[in-house]
Ligand binder design. Structure first.
Ligand SMILES: Nc1ncnc2c1ncn2[C@@H]1O[C@H](COP(=O)(O)OP(=O)(O)OP(=O)(O)O)[C@@H](O)[C@H]1O
Length: 252
């Protein structure tokens, strides 16, 4: 299937996207023929069974992994045509990433972690913007603490603020609540949702969790590396129903 976006325009688009690993008998097709658009200022969740290609898709979209077929267009730039140096610059300047394991630098404070990507790029932070993001994560009294002095949920909110600090065109999040309890998950997802609603951020998130997916505007479902279906304005119940329906189809 092909999924197209109507609305404020497209932030990132794939066409004929494929990724395979290995060759001959051991060849694995992690993604095949994925045509997908992600709307600007929208929150999209990617779901699917284990091994269905969700992380591979996210990594190809974010320029962290190279597809073996097709295109990934961020605006008018085809990521698949960039050499390593240009791809590194593009990731640094135009993309934000939130990992399951937070990946904060332990020796730096929360605030230093948030501005680290800008410091590394020799870019002066837009202080008004950074203040706005920091206010939105709700950790003003924790900004001078090191990651070890913060809870998992607080650390992940710092990681989200770090991803947003450079005002990237897209924030990608790979199972951002995978290591969190339900209360901390709600804080992190609430922040991502707010960044879309209030700041017009584009967010693409991989998750296994129907409740997490219900914070998104749209859910796309993968199975065996292929796009299967999508759901608009999801609730945890409609996501769960769709997952069951896709499971039954696959079994049948
Ligand atoms: N580096 C690799 N080398 C070989 N096969 C790989 C590699 N990375 C992923 N795969 C395979 O590609 C397929 C898709 O993997 P991927 O991690 O994208 O799935 P996923 O949906 O994110 O899974 P999970 O939900 O378990 O994280 C799987 O069959 C996986 O074993």
């Amino acid at each position: 299937m092909t999924v197209r976006v109507v609305g404020q325009g497209v932030a990132i688009r794939t066409s004929g996207l494929g990724k395979s690993y290995g060759s001959g008998d051991t060849r694995v097709e992690a993604l095949a023929d994925v045509d997908l658009e992600f709307g600007k200022g929208r929150f999209t969740a990617i779901m699917g069974p284990s091994g269905s290609g969700k992380s591979t898709l996210l990594h190809c979209l974010a320029g962290l992994d190279r597809p073996t077929a097709g295109q990934v267009m961020l605006g008018d730039v085809d990521l698949t045509r960039l050499d390593e140096k240009r791809l590194t610059h593009l990731r640094r300047d135009r993309i934000g990433f939130v990992f399951q394991a937070f990946n904060l630098v332990p020796t730096l404070t929360a605030m230093e972690n948030i501005t680290l990507p800008l410091d590394l790029a020799n870019r002066k932070p837009d202080q008004e913007w950074v203040d706005k993001v920091v206010t939105a994560i709700g950790l003003q009294d924790r900004l001078h603490h090191k990651p070890s002095e913060l809870s998992g949920g607080q650390q992940q909110r710092v990681a989200c603020a770090r991803a947003l600090a450079s005002r990237p065109e897209v924030v990608f999040a790979d199972e951002p609540t995978g290591n969190l309890d339900s209360r901390s998950s709600a804080d992190v997802l609430g922040f991502l949702h707010r960044s879309v609603r209030e700041f017009g951020q584009t967010v693409v998130m991989v998750t296994h969790d129907p409740t997490a997916a219900s914070y998104a505007d749209r859910v796309v479902f993968l199975a065996d590396g292929r796009l299967q279906d999508e759901l608009l304005d999801p609730t945890a119940d409609t996501v769960l129903d769709k997952m069951k329906q896709l499971d039954t189809q696959e079994a049948g």
